[in-house]
Design a protein. Structure first.
Length: 364
């Protein structure tokens, strides 16, 4: 059964989300970055990382408890490398930091072929796939990873959660070839905790072997789930570990105290980000078969992968592209009734008028 959605204009969505972040002390630029990026996630069907998730994270781990510093200034550390920058975000809101970091990477890639930004002392940036998707739409290869706010993942064969869900996100410049960017975006757990929260909200079960209860036993009950399991056993464990090591090299916190200010005196408790952009010309060896261009070769290779017998297979990023088409067709952002109930709570918190649902049409 297909879930029913109501259509909300991005304008009123952004107005409310901006008001909510401004109410919590964030400046106009930060509030706008949070609202617009949340809308971008919603437009593409990323319901686990929408504005409700952003505000929930800030409430639990951010501005209210010192984990995120409204109006913080980014410090760009002086280094001897022209195509790599290291930033101290000073606990600035992650969406604002990430958007600026990706812009800096693109600028360096235009000049040097590639650009890298490593960010220390940051607050959660929400959905890594959105940043690389946007860069890929502009024609670049893009990558990001981050250390997650909490240690929620049990290492392979272990019992204690000591890793974040630590996502990886790649965006590939395939728009000219197939009409949308291929985006590989995943947490290194079977599911993200945001998905657990969504399924809990909707009264649905978790997939098997995705989470464990407080005794370390596998559970499909989102109300009982306290920790997550890595996907693909040792493979997901290794990819999650990669984020922790990259973060540690930049100055990152102990995973088990991250997101818990003051847990251990003198220890940091913030997140780390890694961004990299490569210009497509840097990949071009100039010897494509049959004189094909880079875009033509991409299209031909992908067609070969999806040839006879594989015609119905979806490419990574295609579900998001299809959902974005649905959003555009309906002329707004799509939310469930339960999500609208939560937006009513947001409006109450920041003293704004609740949305008049009588004017919201049901999405096609």
């Amino acid at each position: 059964m297909t879930e029913s959605f109501k259509v909300v204009s991005q304008e009123i969505h952004d107005d409310l989300v901006c008001a909510a972040f401004r109410h919590r002390g964030f400046d106009e630029a930060e509030a706008l970055a949070a609202a617009q990026f949340s809308a971008y996630a919603t437009k593409h069907g990323i319901r686990t990382h929408n504005a409700l998730k952003a505000l929930h994270l800030d409430e639990l781990f951010g501005s209210a408890v010192g984990g995120c510093a409204p109006s913080a200034k980014i410090e760009i550390k002086q280094k001897r490398f022209d195509a790599c920058q290291t930033w101290n975000a000073n606990k600035k809101l992650g969406q604002a930091v990430a958007c600026s970091a990706m812009e800096a990477c693109i600028e360096m890639a235009d000049k040097h072929g590639s650009g890298t930004v490593v960010v220390d002392d940051a607050f959660h940036y929400l959905w890594g796939g959105g940043y690389v998707m946007d860069a890929a739409r502009k024609g670049y290869f893009a990558y990001t990873n981050c250390t997650s706010t909490l240690a929620e993942v049990v290492p392979f064969t272990g019992k204690t959660p000591t890793l974040g869900t630590n996502p990886h996100s790649w965006g590939l410049p395939t728009c000219e070839a197939i009409g949308f960017p291929v985006v590989v975006d995943w947490a290194t757990s079977v599911i993200a905790m945001g998905r657990v929260q969504q399924l809990k909200r909707e009264g649905q079960k978790l997939p098997p072997n995705a989470a464990v209860d407080d005794e370390g036993n596998p559970t499909t009950d989102p109300n009982a789930a306290v920790s997550l399991l890595p996907f693909a056993a040792h493979k997901g464990y290794g990819l999650g570990l990669l984020n922790e090591i990259i973060g540690a090299m930049a100055g990152g916190s102990l995973p088990t105290v991250r997101g818990i200010p003051g847990e251990i005196s003198g220890e940091k408790y913030s997140c780390n980000f890694f961004f990299q952009v490569i210009h497509p010309e840097a990949f071009d060896a100039g010897s494509f078969a049959h004189g094909r261009s880079q875009a033509e070769n991409l299209k031909t290779v992908l067609a070969d992968i999806l040839k006879e017998g594989n015609e119905h297979c979806l490419l990574p990023g295609q579900p998001e592209a299809l959902f974005a088409e649905r959003s555009e067709k309906n002329g707004g952002l799509l939310f469930s009734e339960k999500e609208l109930d939560e937006f009513d709570e947001v409006a109450e918190e920041c003293g704004q008028q609740k949305w008049d649902r009588s004017g919201f049409k049901t999405a096609e």
